[in-house]
Every structure is written in C-alpha cells, then in structure tokens.
Design a protein around this ligand. Structure first.
Ligand code: NAP
Length: 510
C-alpha cells in the first residue's frame, strides 16, 4: 500500500503513525494511507514566506504567467494518468474526471494568458492619481502589492485537481507562495500533480508546498501577512474563521462553503421547446455529474405548478437513462461518491430529506459494494416553507422539485430561502419576468446563469465555473469570492493609498 508524503520545506516527508486510510470509492478497499503527525508546519510556513515569497515577487506577471502555462502543460501531458488516479481514488467516470482535470489545466492556462497581458510589472496601480486639495502637486495614488506572507489553501475532497489549481493560479500570479492542503479522502490526484510539477522543475523553491492529511496545528502558526482560502463545509469554515490565530492577526479568510443552489423555469417556457429541453438536460446533468458532488450542482428545481408533473415525468425518464455502476466500465454515467465518509453523509442526508419531502423517484440496482448512492428525485409542494430542503445540502446525486404559482416574486422568495448560493439559473425568454428574477436573486447568488432560446445550444452550463467569472456566493455559501480574472488576484494583495508629489508618484507607478 502506498504511504503518501507531504511536500514541505523543500522535501517529501512522511508523518508518524497512526495513519489515515484513503479508499478506492468503487470497491471500498484501502489503497493508500497518510499522516501529518510530527511534521513541522511552523517551519513549512516560514520556508514559504522566506524562500517562495521573494522568488515569486521577483518575477514579473508575464514570468509568473509563464510558470502557470508550464503547470498546465504538465497536466495535459499526464492527463490519462491523472484520470486513472481519479477513477481509482474517487470513483469518477472518465467524463467526471475530465471535468476536474481539464478544468484544472484550463484555469491555469487562462491565468497564464492573463499574466502575459499584465506584462513586465510586479505589482499594479489601482486607478489614477487622485487630487484631493487645491494643490495639483500633492496627490494620492492607490496601489496593489503582494502580501509578504504565505497563502494557506484548504481544499474540499470533490475537486482534487481543479480546487488545487484554481487557487494556486491566482496566488502564484499575484506573487504569493502557497501551502495547499487537499481533502484527505481524495488526495492521490493532488499528490501526483505536485510530484509531476516537482519533476518538471517548473516552480521556484518554496512557491508550493503540499500538506497531505489532517491540518493539525497548521493554523496556529499563521502570521499577520498570511491568508487562508478555504473550500469545504460550513461547519469547518466556522472553525477556521474563529481560530484564535486568525482572530489575533485579522488573517484574511476566503470561504467557499455549502450551497443549496437553485434553478428556476419561467412560466413562458412551453413543454417541448428548445429552452424546455435545455432546462431538463441541465437539471439531469447537474444531479448526476460527479455523482452530484459539485458545489455548484442544482439542489432545488423551482418549476411552475402548471407544468410540474410534466417536468417530473421527463426528468425521471432522463434520470432512468443514467447508468450507475463501475466508473471504469464503458457506458457508466454515474459512479460512486468519493469515499466511505462521504457515502455515510449522503445516505444520512437522503434519509433526512425523505422525511421532509416526497421521494418521487429513486434509482434501483445500485451496487451494494463500495460507495454508491442512489440517484434520487424529491418533491415538496411547500415552496419557501419546505423544511430541510433549503437548509441542508445533500452532497450527492439528489435534488428536489419545488412547484410554485409562477410569479417572479415567489420564485425569488424560494431561491432566497437557502440564505445564499454559489449559482442560480433562470430559464426564460420573457425579458421582463426573467429580468425581475435575475435581479431579485442576484443579492443571494454569486453567479446567475440565464438560459434562453437564443443561447440554448451555446451555454457553458449551470454548474461550470469559468475562470473569467467570479466563483463564490453570499451567506451560507461562505461569503467568499475566487477567480473572476484579475479580481481573483486581489485577495492576495494589499491595497495601499500613497500620498506624495505627483511627479514622484508617476515615476513610481510608471
Ligand atoms: P470539510 O470536511 O469541511 O473539509 C474541507 C477541508 O477542510 C478538508 O481539506 C479538510 O481536511 C479540512 N479541514 C477539516 N477540518 C479542519 C480544521 N479544523 N482546520 C483546517 N482544515 C480542516 O468539507 P468536505 O467534506 O471536504 O467537502 C464537502 C463540502 O464542501 C460540501 O458541503 C460542499 O458544499 C463544500 N464545497 C464547497 C465548494 C465551493 O466552492 N463552495 C466546493 C466544493 C465543496 P480533511 O480532508 O483532512 O478532513
């Protein structure tokens, strides 16, 4: 059995026993183990600050971008190996594995290009000079410069490649070194990625470290120039936000957490129309892709009551077409959830949801061995008053139909009830009705996806995170924001207002 190592302070290190097991999600067998016990995390953070930080800050945006481009190329070159590991560790079908691995290389490539565009500078001005008195000589200028600490990236289990890379791309381009901690259950892909990057010698020393296993006392060693970027559950987010060291130094924390995303079908959409078909395809994909383990997946399907039965029947037909089974077998479209712990959570969540909403369809013949969860469609006619449906994210292949009377106001009320989402979609050609819904749900959503007949065959999908657009959501979704092109770099920078002689400031800013 493989014992995974952490890459800290410039070398691969093994933690002391006892070890934590990693499983093959399809069979349930233990395939690897890891521990972080006894590893010197204080030294690792110091190493990143002292060695990786200066190395990255000495590079221009274009040079940092070049590094990101090389990281992306390494992934592309070793794509099949990474997809195999993803299948082995977390039971992804090839399509689901590609969503993670190609998303990782695509995001790195996007930020590589952004780095080229930012060019030969090492930091940025923010806006123009500001004149605040009668004097034209004494002015102000805002600048962004990289923080001098280390960025701690704590990732969830569901995207071991993409989650690592989307955070890394922004930090490296911004000029900050990283210590990344993948979700332990599915760490094999992240470990292999860092091994491959090390072998390729692409990153400056200290620019990226990897902690494989429990976070241990990591957060106790944070300093005032460090920052934390977290993806995972709301309960862990709370622990991180309230950590004494985070509070002591006001360490910036960006959180992406639970999100009970919704989709809304407009009353103008006729059964059988292009948008109707687009809507159903989108919902079916969101329930089944990655066995529903996507932070952006649709959990609530808000449909006009007049067509709710028709939506239900067509959706069930599509879900029946999905083939659950061994993800390594051709034709399988839904694999297991990522591991035994995730399986326990999903099964418990499905049981709880079943006591608050009606089960209208559940997959049968799901393998008993391994970590398979039955794809399940629920329905509640209680709208915004439905209990549990709006409060608890079942992180697996399940969603709930929520019929509504058809008013924009009511649709907004139902979406808002979850207290903040990463992504909400609206399917309608009615500019006035949909406009009201889009603007109404916007304060509760990080991203709103508007499907309509002119784009029915062009959309990128409700659940796909695009590096050029922000990813994050208010309230329950964590209140964070990642990506969004250059916006994603700002978390790693300090904005400073500098006051002085207009000519001197002009010389500084260039
Ligand atoms: P989790 O249990 O909160 O774990 C997330 C990460 O935090 C893991 O790396 C975990 O390490 C680490 N962790 C746990 N306790 C910690 C502590 N006290 N201090 C520091 N780190 C700690 O969540 P998960 O089960 O991996 O992920 C599932 C959840 O993430 C779902 O609820 C989903 O909504 C959410 N999610 C959100 C997004 C988004 O973008 N908003 C994306 C994906 C997932 P170990 O693995 O070693 O326990």
């Amino acid at each position: 059995m493989q014992t995974l190592k952490s890459f800290l302070s410039g070398s691969w290190q093994t933690g002391a026993d006892p070890q934590t097991d990693l499983h093959n999600a399809t069979t349930g067998d233990v395939i690897a183990q890891t521990s972080t016990r006894g590893l010197d995390l204080d030294a690792a953070l110091a190493y990143g600050r002292k060695v990786g930080g200066p190395a990255l800050r000495s590079l221009t945006f274009a040079q940092r971008g070049e590094i990101l481009g090389k990281l992306a190329s390494v992934i592309v070159t070793h794509r099949d190996q990474l997809l195999d590991l993803s299948l082995q560790n977390m039971g992804t079908t090839r399509g689901d594995g590609k969503f993670d691995v190609d998303g990782a290389s695509g995001t790195l490539a996007y930020y590589a290009k952004l780095g080229q565009g930012l060019g030969e500078r090492t930091w940025l001005a923010d806006g123009d000079q500001v004149q605040f008195s009668r004097s034209k000589r004494f002015v102000g200028q805002h600048i962004w410069s990289p923080r001098r600490g280390i960025a701690v990236h704590i990732n969830a289990f569901n995207f071991p490649a993409w989650n690592l890379c989307e955070k890394l791309a922004c930090a490296v381009l911004a000029g900050m070194p990283v210590l990344a901690k993948p979700g332990t259950a599915t760490a094999l892909v992240s470990v292999r990625l860092v091994e491959l990057w090390q072998e390729a010698g692409v990153l400056p020393d200290g620019a990226l470290q990897l902690l494989v296993g429990s976070a241990g006392d990591l957060l106790s060693h944070l300093g005032p120039q460090d920052c934390v970027v977290f993806t995972g559950s709301g309960s862990t987010a709370q622990q991180i936000r309230s950590h004494p060291q985070v509070l002591r130094y006001n360490v910036p924390v960006n959180i992406e957490a639970d999100s009970i995303n919704a989709t809304v079908l407009g009353p103008d959409i006729e059964p059988g129309s292009d948008v109707w078909t687009m809507f159903l395809a989108e919902v079916a994909r969101e329930i089944t892709q990655k066995a529903g383990q996507k932070c952006t997946a649709i959990r609530r399907i808000v449909v006009p009551a007049a067509v709710a039965d028709e939506v239900q029947a067509e959706l069930v037909a599509r879900l029946q077409d999905a083939r659950v089974g061994d993800p390594g077998t051709a034709g399988t479209t839904v694999g297991p959830v990522a591991g035994p712990a995730q399986h326990r959570d999903v099964v418990a969540g499905l049981q709880q949801l079943a006591s608050h909403a009606q089960v209208v369809w559940q997959a049968t013949g799901v393998p008993a061995q391994g970590c398979f969860a039955p794809t399940t469609l629920f329905r509640s006619d209680a709208g915004a008053a439905a209990e549990f449906v709006h409060d608890h994210e079942v992180f697996g292949p399940a969603a709930t139909l929520l019929p509504f009377a058809g008013s924009a106001e009511q649709a907004v009320e139902i979406v808002a009830r979850a207290g903040g989402c990463l992504a909400t979609s609206v399917f309608s050609d009615d500019a006035a009705w949909a406009g009201e819904v889009v603007l109404g749900v916007a304060p509760y959503s990080g991203r709103v996806y508007w499907g309509s007949s002119k784009v029915f065959d062009q959309g990128t999908g409700h659940g796909a995170v695009m590096p050029a657009l922000v990813h994050g959501g208010p309230g329950k979704a964590g209140g964070g924001e990642e990506l969004g092109g250059e916006r994603g770099l700002r978390f790693y920078w300090q904005r400073t207002a500098i006051q002085g002689d207009t000519q001197l400031l002009r010389a500084l800013v260039g």
